[in-house]
Design a protein around this ligand. Structure first.
Ligand code: AMP
Length: 215
């Protein structure tokens, strides 16, 4: 099972990805997570990527494609993988195609999760994360018992820099300009599944699995 998950920021790609990789026992490649790890470890790549990420812009393609190709060399691509947050534009899609073609492989499906813009903004702007245990709260939907404090360990909750409202709006614009063309690209290739990502995570997961099959 070789899958790509496309969707606007905060549509729930990460949550669905975690479940899908368990269900189908495949590798998960999240370029956002890989970049955040590089930023946290202050690597050269992290230093070059951070400003773009904080502003909600895409990190330049050459950095991303090198990072992804390097990751793909270390996993069993024949067995399967799920990309979340990659490709983000047609240049990256071509790079992924080239990589797979060289190995005689193809993508099986591209899942496009969509949701209403206001919902996506509320999800992001309300999100607070515990820096210690990584529990994710939302001040609108799943608030901590005491404002700003983790229920589990009492740590002060933080907001991801790219969850600030102006950054979220920018990320949505970037999605529309750069990533929406990919939806058409994969539709033409006959790979696209267009699914509503606005339900609760269990509902969305069930719909995805019913479309992909039991694997
Ligand atoms: P994400 O968690 O996937 O929304 O990614 C967070 C940020 O990392 C994005 O806003 C971009 O700045 C950067 N990023 C992640 N994946 C890519 C990609 N495939 N191409 C360019 N930038 C990316």
């Amino acid at each position: 099972m070789r899958i790509v998950l496309i969707g606007p920021p905060n549509v729930g790609k990460g949550t669905q990805a975690e479940r899908l990789i368990k269900k189908y026992a495949i590798d998960h490649i999240s370029t956002g997570d890989l970049l955040r790890k590089n930023v946290a470890e202050d690597t050269l790549l992290g230093q070059r990527a951070k400003d773009y990420m904080d502003k909600g812009e895409l990190v330049p393609d050459d950095l991303i494609i090198d990072m992804v190709n390097d990751t793909l060399e270390h996993i069993d691509v024949e067995h399967g993988f799920l990309f979340d947050g990659y490709p983000r534009n047609p240049v990256q899609a071509e790079a992924l195609n080239d990589f797979l073609l060289e190995k005689g492989l193809m993508l099986d499906k591209v899942i496009y999760l969509y949701a209403d813009k206001d919902l996506l903004i509320r999800r992001a702007v309300g999100r607070r994360i515990c820096p210690v245990c990584h529990t994710v709260y939302n001040i609108f939907g799943f608030p901590p018992k005491v404002e700003g404090i983790c229920d589990r360990d009492g740590a002060t909750l933080i907001q991801r820099p790219d969850d600030r409202e102006e950054t979220v709006r920018k990320r949505l614009e970037v999605f529309k300009e750069q990533t929406v063309p990919l939806v058409e690209y994969y539709e033409m290739a006959g790979l696209l599944l267009r699914l509503d990502g606005s339900g609760n995570p269990d509902e969305v997961f069930d719909v995805i699995v019913s479309e992909l099959g039991e694997g």
